[in-house]
Design a protein around this ligand. Structure first.
Ligand SMILES: Nc1ncnc2c1ncn2[C@@H]1O[C@H](COP(=O)(O)OP(=O)(O)O)[C@@H](O)[C@H]1O
Ligand SMILES: [Mg+2]
Length: 406
């Protein structure tokens, strides 16, 4: 009878097995959180050191950088971003292109920070949102859905780093809308005994997490509130060649809020829907503005006045919805996201939340631009620790798909 040589374990199994030791709740972890939101400004890269998980999570941010997207990258994403009709071949290619781009940016940035890839436990990649479709916005759809591209397998293979990605699908599978996911990380990193906190992130879309001082997860409230920077960015890009946003809120500060246009902008059922709810530029776009201008006969307003009105609209909708939960409670508000750099917007938020303390999340020791990337790193840390979490009425689960590099 022929004798067979005992098969040796292929090296890829050894290498992948070694990486699976990351699944150990006791070990310290170095996780790179990656976030690129609807503003399409760039990729946020946060190098986070974790120990513990669940309510014992400790996170130290060792380095952070936003690498700006080039105009070429923005152009390619915009060809499919929030579009009702897309060229499938472009979308399919973009899924790989974004992953390769993010992989290169991660490798370059780690090199710059003098951090070796072997020392990274995993990447936690949000991916680039190209479409967000809750049934509340698309009532004829048979499911909630959302699509983030920049595939995790490509990231893992291109960087040689274990990758967790596509965090939003599990949330939908468990009964949510796929967003906002901020509540999980906010709860773990920012809950403070005896202090009611509201963490507000003003990215393309604005969202908040209410963290009760009693620490009860069932009382945490998380929701989008409507536009963050998205309408401001879109109008600036369509009006001022070369500008991608209203730097320091200067255009808005030069105009006057138009009450008729404001009233028309507020006339949308989204603002009356109960929490939690999510939205995107699929709703809040220039067509939305145009419709409101037509309804209020304000098509000929000066650009500055439209910017002033949109900025106020953004602040007002955020504050009105926050106020609906702070009614009888003492709360502290902490701002993050790119919108926290816009003084005109921040002033309007402070005015509309009079009596409530409004601070930057920097006050809690976290960089406001890094917060979202840190939150996704936190979700990955939970998954590697084998820890499930449940907020509100969504079932307990772990988040993120796991891609092995070998
Ligand atoms: N100095 C600033 N003045 C006004 N707006 C700013 C400033 N810095 C950033 N922003 C706004 O923040 C946006 C980026 O915010 P970000 O939190 O990265 O959003 P996203 O998560 O959607 O990428 C920019 O598009 C811009 O609108
Ligand atoms: Mg961004």
């Amino acid at each position: 009878m022929a004798r067979f040589a005992k098969p040796s374990k292929p090296t890829y199994m050894k290498k992948n097995n070694a990486l699976l030791h990351a699944f150990n709740p006791k070990s310290k972890k170095l996780i790179v959180g990656l976030m690129s939101g609807t503003s399409l400004d760039g990729l946020d890269i946060a190098l986070c050191e974790f120990s513990g998980y669940g309510i014992k999570t400790k996170c130290r941010v060792r380095a952070f950088e936003t690498v700006a997207y080039t105009n070429e990258v923005k152009k390619r994403i915009r060809e499919v971003f929030a579009q009702p009709l897309v060229d499938f071949q472009k979308l399919s290619t973009l899924n790989v292109y974004i992953a390769q781009l993010h992989a290169n940016l991660v490798l370059q940035t780690l090199k710059k920070w003098k951090v070796r890839t072997e020392n990274i436990t995993c990447l936690a990649s949000h991916g680039q949102t190209v479409f967000h479709a809750p049934q509340s916005l698309f009532p004829h759809a048979d499911y909630n859905s959302t699509l983030q591209i920049g595939d995790g397998d490509h990231l893992a293979v291109a960087t040689g780093i274990l990758t967790l990605s596509d965090f939003r699908q599990k949330h939908i599978a468990a009964g949510g809308e796929g967003a906002p996911l901020a509540a999980y990380g906010d709860y773990l990193l920012f809950t403070k005994k005896n202090e009611n906190r509201i963490l507000v992130n003003v990215g393309g879309i604005a969202n908040f997490t209410f963290l009760p001082g009693n620490g009860k997860t069932k009382e945490v409230i998380v929701s989008d509130t409507g536009p963050g920077n998205t309408l401001l960015d879109q109008l600036v890009q369509a009006t001022v060649k070369g500008d991608s946003f209203d730097k320091d809120g200067q255009y808005a500060a030069s105009g006057i809020v138009n009450k008729k246009l404001l009233k028309a902008l507020l006339n949308n059922p989204f603002f009356k829907q109960i929490f939690p709810k999510t939205t995107g530029p699929e709703l809040f776009n220039l067509a939305y503005l145009k419709k409101a201008q037509q309804a209020s006969a304000t098509q000929h307003l000066h650009f500055y006045d439209v910017m002033a009105t949109l900025t106020y609209f953004t602040a007002y909708t955020l504050c009105k919805q926050i106020s609906s939960i702070t009614k009888n409670k003492k709360c502290k508000v902490y701002l993050s996201g790119g919108g926290a750099h816009n003084p005109t917007l921040v002033d309007a938020i402070k005015k509309n939340l009079s009596g409530i303390s409004v601070e930057n999340v920097q006050k809690l020791g976290f960089n406001p631009d890094a917060k979202e990337a840190i939150l996704f790193a936190t979700l990955a840390n939970e998954t590697l620790g084998g820890h499930t979490i449940s907020i509100g009425n969504v079932k307990p689960y772990t988040l993120g798909k796991i891609s092995l590099p070998y």
